[in-house]
Design a protein around this ligand. Sequence first.
Ligand SMILES: CC(C)(COP(=O)(O)OP(=O)(O)OC[C@H]1O[C@@H](n2cnc3c(N)ncnc32)[C@H](O)[C@@H]1OP(=O)(O)O)[C@@H](O)C(=O)NCCC(=O)NCCS
Length: 180
Amino acid sequence: MAPYHPGERICTDRLKLRRCRLNDAEAIYDGYATDPDVTRYLGWAPHTTISETVSYLENCESEWSEGRGFPFVIESSDQDELIGMIHVHPGGRRAGYGYVLRRSAWGQGFAAEALRVLVEDALGHPDIYRTFAFCDCENTASARVMEKAGMEREGMLRSYLMHPNVSDEPRDCLVYARVR
Ligand SMILES: CC(C)(COP(=O)(O)OP(=O)(O)OC[C@H]1O[C@@H](n2cnc3c(N)ncnc32)[C@H](O)[C@@H]1OP(=O)(O)O)[C@@H](O)C(=O)NCCC(=O)NCCS
């Protein structure tokens, strides 16, 4: 059986997830990568030049080609606009996730819709037994996204991840998972 490898396009009722490409840089840079409200609980500082966004997408390209990770852009089906990204991190019998949306797309259930379809896709593969994600202990919206995607809270990982926009020390994080 081939290792888990999601398709390059996945649709939901309101969204299109597709493999990201280098020419998404401008939409990502203009849409959210420079926004400190968006990056607050992420592992990276807001981008200050578009070349940072391009480098990020170059890494994404290698990850996907080598099967190390599957970064998707999220587009709204009705307007064909890039509204964010969701990243699948496969590893052993598990798949992990990270996601981000531009501010104007918050509060409409889009992140949960994107996460749920990818979680169900992964759990449909015979190799994958566990899907999981982490969020900063103060990132209540993200914790709720994981619950809405069918994950359950497993606990708090103390001093677990660096979120440099809130602290220069590792932060307590919540871990959620959905298993077969
Ligand atoms: C976290 C994020 C992805 C959520 O996306 P979203 O599409 O707005 O999320 P949803 O609309 O699916 O759900 C958000 C839920 O959190 C709730 N929520 C939002 N802000 C909240 C807050 N400050 N306190 C409590 N609940 C909150 C909403 O009410 C909603 O729950 P509900 O549907 O039960 O009412 C988005 O805010 C984002 O991109 N943030 C910046 C990047 C980030 O933090 N990514 C996650 C890293 S772990």
